[in-house]
Design a protein around this ligand. Structure first.
Ligand SMILES: NC(=O)c1ccc[n+]([C@@H]2O[C@H](COP(=O)([O-])OP(=O)(O)OC[C@H]3O[C@@H](n4cnc5c(N)ncnc54)[C@H](OP(=O)(O)O)[C@@H]3O)[C@@H](O)[C@H]2O)c1
Length: 316
């Protein structure tokens, strides 16, 4: 253990970071060990990570001194922000800046920054196909992550930019699972038309990140997009039908209708799906399935993810 390089993992008790800690710790002959960062070292999830053999340390990404301590002596750092905890792109940017400062201070040799596209490259603010949100964004939780790329490069950090995909786990945790319509039939609602939606099991993101770390410097300075599949809404509904043993129809809605659903973040997500729909070729093209599988050989397809998780999907 003593000769292993440490990878400090932000969000270790969450989806992306948790997957990375588990990937590292399930490879006992590998070159790394995980340091799990959490605000509460005594939580049940933190204790689960400690039981795997990970170091568990206290850190808050709003507190640079806590992060400097947590990154000290680490070879690598996995950096992620938590947009849905606060809905603020400015806060994401500030938190990325704190993580970059701490990584620089600690002399971290490889940072993976969990990022997304700047949708304004494809849909400038002047393009009225979708509303501008919060004054200067089209998809706030995407655009802010891309803006934060510069925060890492300006520090001169050796950074890999990881373009993640839609979590299939959103069907469990984000209210995006099939819902019963007035006719009692299950419908799976997306504003994607007949276009493909790159998706991934959230757990597999960490496995892909581990694959990037294992490649040493190969992906430093590079952008890597990952997905476990590129199914259409119709294909996802067919997979759900097979897995659940009851008919699930694809309930195609317009991005306008989706934005008007009114739940917190509905406009951001409506714009996001519209961006993915309208720029399918670029968005899918940036998320190569063969590369994702090469980085993470246990990468799941949507069908495989469903086989393991169907009983956790709330059907209402
Ligand atoms: N849902 C999707 O489809 C999707 C797709 C692509 C990208 N994303 C992006 O993924 C990001 C979230 O990542 P995730 O899903 O892995 O998060 P998550 O599962 O919600 O995990 C959040 C974890 O981060 C920790 N945390 C929260 N605030 C913190 C803070 N101030 N300092 C330190 N730790 C903190 C919490 O741990 P403790 O309580 O233990 O501290 C929590 O367990 C978002 O920015 C989102 O935009 C989501």
């Amino acid at each position: 253990m003593a000769d292993k390089k440490i990878i400090a993992v932000v969000g270790a008790t969450g989806a992306q970071g948790g997957g990375l800690v588990r990937a590292i710790m399930s490879d006992p002959t590998g070159p790394y060990t995980a340091r799990a960062l959490t605000r509460d070292v005594n939580s049940a999830k933190a204790k689960e990570l400690a039981a795997l053999g990970a170091q568990v340390v206290a850190a808050d990404i709003d507190d640079v001194e806590s992060l400097k301590r947590a990154f000290a002596g680490a070879y690598g750092a996995y950096c992620v922000t938590f947009f849905w905890a606060h809905f603020s792109p400015e806060k994401e940017l500030a938190e990325a800046r704190i993580m970059a400062q701490a990584a620089k201070h600690a002399g971290v040799e490889h940072v993976i920054w969990s990022t997304l596209e700047d949708t304004r490259r494809w849909v400038p603010l002047s393009d009225n196909r979708m509303p501008t949100l919060m004054g200067k964004y089209k998809v706030p939780h995407f655009d802010s992550k891309w803006e934060a790329n510069a925060v890492f490069t300006e520090q001169g950090l050796p950074v890999s930019f990881l373009l993640t995909s839609f979590y299939w786990d959103n069907l469990i945790h984000f209210g995006m699972g099939p819902k019963k319509g007035a006719d009692g039939k299950l419908g799976f609602t997306l504003p994607m038309g007949d276009k493909k939606l790159p998706g991934i099991a959230a757990e597999d993101i960490g496995g892909c990140a581990y694959g990037i770390f294992k490649k040493g410097r190969e992906y430093v300075g590079k952008t890597v997009g990952i997905a476990g599949g590129h199914p259409t809404g119709v294909e996802m509904a067919a997979s759900l039908t097979r897995a659940l043993g009851q008919e699930v129809r694809y309930n195609e809605v317009t991005p306008e209708a989706y934005r008007a659903f009114g739940f917190p973040g509905a406009e951001d997500l409506g714009n996001m799906f519209q961006f993915k729909r309208d720029f399918e070729k670029d968005f899918c093209g940036a998320r190569d399935l063969a590369l994702s599988r090469a980085l993470n050989p246990s990468l799941q397809s949507f069908d495989q993810w469903l086989a393991r998780n169907k009983s956790s999907i709330p059907l209402s």
